[in-house]
Design a protein around this ligand. Structure first.
Ligand code: FES
Length: 114
């Protein structure tokens, strides 16, 4: 059994594109499990962000799945094609990663200018 993920790729200034991945499917897996599998087995360049993995505690894995904003670590993988995109209302950094820290909590750049 396979899950199929259609994943938005690209960085600001580049054309966004969708890449398709097939991932081994097991009941109980999450979208984040599938993204981590892709990074290990198919494409280490895929940018994703997560920290707590499945506790819904860090809130860093927030993405859009089939047009809905969700936590990738608590969203069940399905045996169908799922479309994964970055959050539309945040600064896009690369692939599925957006700037989620509030502006006053972001680190300043090394040169001191922002
Ligand atoms: S990885 Fe921490 S909330 Fe999803």
């Amino acid at each position: 059994m396979k899950a199929r993920l259609k994943v938005c790729r690209g960085a600001p200034g580049e054309d966004r594109r969708y890449e398709h991945y097939e991932v081994p499917f097991e009941q109980g897996q999450t979208v984040l499990d599938a993204l981590r599998w892709i990074r290990v087995h198919r494409d280490a360049t895929l940018a994703i962000r997560f920290s707590c993995i499945n506790a819904n505690a860090c809130k860093e894995c927030m993405i859009r799945v089939d047009g809905k904003t969700v936590y990738a670590c608590t969203t069940r993988l399905a045996e169908r094609e799922m479309t994964l995109e970055p959050l539309p209302n945040k600064i896009h950094l690369r692939d599925l990663v957006t700037e989620i820290a509030p502006p006053d909590e972001r680190l300043s750049s090394a040169s001191g200018d922002e």
